[in-house]
Ligand binder design. Structure first.
Ligand SMILES: [Zn+2]
Length: 144
């Protein structure tokens, strides 16, 4: 289960609306207990893809380094990534699967005509062939 504070959920949605019709992306920082993971902070990232920003997002090694540093500064871990799917469903594309790593949570949400829609979270299986959907539990609260 991925536990997401309402205020962070709203920040992710706002990022997707702002960057529409391009995809937005960012890092999820928080804590992993082994069973549940809790998102405690976000690092919004610039979409590095210039060829096709509306249906591709790419995380660079520099993004990973930046996000890991931001997490460790707070005593947290880098637990995943979020990105928007402008005008397409909130499930991973084939391109997403090729770029994804196991263990991380991948939040994907649909943005339809600049309005954020459903949000889902996915974890790539260890064989990297498919995903398990991860439930999202929304809780009240402000960012830590
Ligand atoms: Zn995608």
């Amino acid at each position: 289960m991925l536990i997401l504070k309402q205020s962070l959920f709203e920040q992710i949605q706002a990022h997707g609306a702002r960057d529409y019709p391009s995809e937005c992306c960012g890092a999820l920082l928080g804590q992993d207990s082994g069973t549940d993971r809790t998102v405690l902070g976000l690092v919004p990232l610039a979409n590095q893809r210039e060829d096709s920003p509306s249906n591709r997002f790419e995380i660079t090694s520099e993004d990973v380094r930046l996000a890991e540093k931001a997490a460790s500064d707070k005593g947290w871990e880098l637990i995943g990534w979020y990105h928007s799917h402008p005008d397409s469903p909130a499930r991973p594309s084939e391109f997403d699967r090729e770029q994804a790593w196991p263990w991380y949570s991948y939040i994907i949400f649909r943005v339809e005509k600049a309005e954020p829609q459903e949000m889902r979270s996915w974890r790539l299986k260890d064989d990297r062939a498919s995903y398990d959907e991860e439930g999202i539990e929304y809780i009240a609260g402000a960012p830590a």
